[in-house]
Design a binder for this molecule. Sequence first.
Ligand SMILES: [Zn+2]
Length: 100
Amino acid sequence: MNEVFDPVQAFAESRSRRVRQFRIMFSIFFLLVAVGYAQSVGVLPGKYMDIEYAYIAAAILTLGGLAYTLSQWRCPGCRKLLWHRLNPKHCPGCGIELTK
Ligand SMILES: [Zn+2]
């Protein structure tokens, strides 16, 4: 196989990785909040965790995950951070095309 480096392809792949990371992050976040809520309204018998801790853990997880995800949001060509652009057409650093 003779693979040529394709920034559009590389960018699309890293984008789908990030979407997966977001999904996992939000599932955990949702689970924590759901368990905390179910417990607070008495749906779940017993006490699995302190609700305050569940919400703090959910907040830390979300912020941490978001920070990590944003730190990985880079141009595949020059590694410049693209955190301020959700869907950049061209890299502001090296100018290569990122989306078609
Ligand atoms: Zn670049």
